[in-house]
Design a protein around this ligand. Structure first.
Ligand code: PMP
Length: 355
C-alpha cells in the first residue's frame, strides 16, 4: 500500500488472474464467455482487414459501428454511444450521471463493479436487498429523483424482470435516470431498447462480449435519448479516452449484421442451459430460473465452496462468491453440450453427490 492511495483505492480487490488460466486443459465455466466462435463474418472482417490502414489512428467517433447499431435497433446514430467493453460504458455512465445529491439505488446482489465505481468516484449509494427468491422488486426503488441501476437479467442470479415492470418504473420515477445493464439480455429476456423512443430517462447498456462471442475485442454500447448520449460523449471526450480499435470496429460491425448466426448460437446456449438445469436437478441441485448464459445453483447437501474446490481440482472452473447471502451458490457458465456433460460427470464423482 502506498501513502498516496485513497481509501477507495486501498479497498479495491484486484481481479484474480486465475480466472483466465493459461492452461488449455481446463473447462472454463467461470466468466460467462460464449463457447462458440464469433460469427464467420466477424472472422472474415478481421482476416481481410487491410493491414496498411493500421498505421492510422482509428475513427474517434466510431461512426461506422454507431451507425450499424442504430440500423440494427431502428434508431439514429445520435442515440448510440460505444466504448471499450460495457465496463467502460458503465464507468463513464457513473461519472456522467450519478454524482447527484440523491444516493444511487442498486440491488444488494448484482454485478460487483457497480459499488466499485461508486466507491472510486465518491458516489453515495444505497443497496436494496433482493427478494427471498433472488428477484428484484422495482417497488423497492420508489424514491423519487434517485438514480437507479440494475442488470436485467441480473448477475449472478440470472433472473429477469418483465418489460412491463421496467416501464412502470420509468412512468413512476419520471425524475430518475434508470440504467439497465443488459449484458445477458439475448439469452431469453426482453430488452428495454424499445422504450428509449418513449422515455428520456432510460439508458440501456449492452455488450458484444456474451451473445456476440467477442469478449476479447472489448466492445460495449449504450442506447438512449440523444441528451444522455451527448452527456456520455462529453465525459469520454473530455479526458481523451480511447476510441475502439479498428479491428474491434470491423469485427463488431460484421457481427451485429449477422443475425442468423446470432440466433443459431444463442438458441444452442438456451437449449444447453435447459438440459444442464435438468441434469443438475437430478443430482440434487436447486437452480434459480435463468434467462442468461449461466446458472445460479446450490446443492441441497454439499456446500458450494466444497464443490467449487472439487471441480477446480478436476480442472473445471466455476464461480463461487464469498459474499454472505449468496455464498452457498455456484455460478456456472453454459458451455457446449460436451462441456456441460463433463461438468455433470465430474460432479457425479463427488463422494456426497448421489445420482
Ligand atoms: N455487465 C454485467 C452484468 C457483466 O456481468 C459484465 C461482465 N461479465 C459486464 C457488464 C461487462 O462486460 P464487458 O465489459 O465485457 O462488456
Amino acid at each position: 500500500m502506498s501513502k498516496y492511495w485513497s481509501e477507495a483505492v486501498n479497498g479495491l480487490t484486484p481481479y484474480v488472474p486465475g480466472e483466465q488460466p493459461k492452461d488449455t486443459g481446463i473447462t472454463k465455466l467461470n466468466t460467462n464467455e460464449n463457447p462458440y466462435p464469433p460469427s464467420p463474418a466477424a472472422e472474415a472482417a478481421i482476416r481481410d482487414f487491410p493491414l496498411d490502414r493500421l498505421r492510422l489512428y482509428s475513427d474517434p467517433d466510431c461512426a461506422e459501428l454507431k451507425q450499424a447499431l442504430a440500423d440494427h435497433f431502428s434508431l439514429e446514430k445520435k442515440n448510440v454511444f460505444v466504448g471499450n467493453g460495457s465496463d467502460e460504458v458503465l464507468a463513464l455512465t457513473f461519472m456522467a450521471f450519478f454524482r447527484q445529491e440523491h444516493p444511487l439505488l442498486l440491488p444488494e446482489t448484482t454485478y460487483s463493479f457497480y459499488d466499485v465505481y461508486c466507491n472510486l468516484y465518491d458516489i453515495e449509494y444505497k443497496q436494496i436487498p433482493l427478494c427471498d427468491d433472488f428477484s428484484i422488486d422495482l417497488n423497492d426503488y420508489a424514491e423519487p429523483n434517485a438514480g437507479i441501476i440494475f442488470a436485467n437479467p441480473n448477475a449472478p442470479t440470472g433472473r429477469a424482470l418483465a418489460l412491463s415492470e421496467i416501464e412502470a418504473l420509468l412512468q413512476r420515477n419520471t425524475e430518475s435516470l434508470v440504467v439497465v445493464d443488459e449484458a445477458y439480455v439475448d439469452f431469453g429476456a426482453t430488452s428495454a431498447v424499445e422504450l428509449i423512443n418513449r422515455y428520456d430517462n432510460v439508458l440501456v447498456i449492452q455488450t458484444f462480449s456474451k451473445s456476440r462471442s467477442l469478449a476479447g475485442m472489448r466492445v460495449g454500447y449504450a442506447v438512449g435519448h440523444e441528451d444522455l448520449i451527448a452527456g456520455l460523449e462529453r465525459v469520454k471526450n473530455s479526458f481523451n479516452s480511447y476510441p475502439l480499435d479498428m479491428l474491434a470496429i470491423a469485427s463488431s460491425v460484421a457481427a451485429i449484421k449477422d443475425d442468423a448466426y446470432f440466433r443459431e448460437t444463442t438458441q444452442k446456449i438456451i437449449d444447453t442451459r435447459e438440459w444442464t438445469e435438468k441434469a443438475l436437478a437430478e443430482l440434487g441441485f436447486v437452480t434459480v430460473p435463468s434467462k442468461t448464459n449461466f446458472l445460479f445453483t446450490s446443492h441441497r447437501y454439499v456446500e458450494a465452496a466444497e464443490l467449487m474446490g472439487f471441480l477446480r481440482a478436476n480442472k473445471v472452473l466455476v464461480r463461487h462468491f464469498s459474499k454472505p447471502g449468496i455464498d452457498n451458490h455456484l455460478r456456472i457458465t453454459i458451455g457446449t453440450p460436451e462441456e456441460m456433460q463433463l461438468l455433470v460427470d465430474t460432479l457425479k464423482r463427488h463422494p456426497d453427490i448421489i445420482s
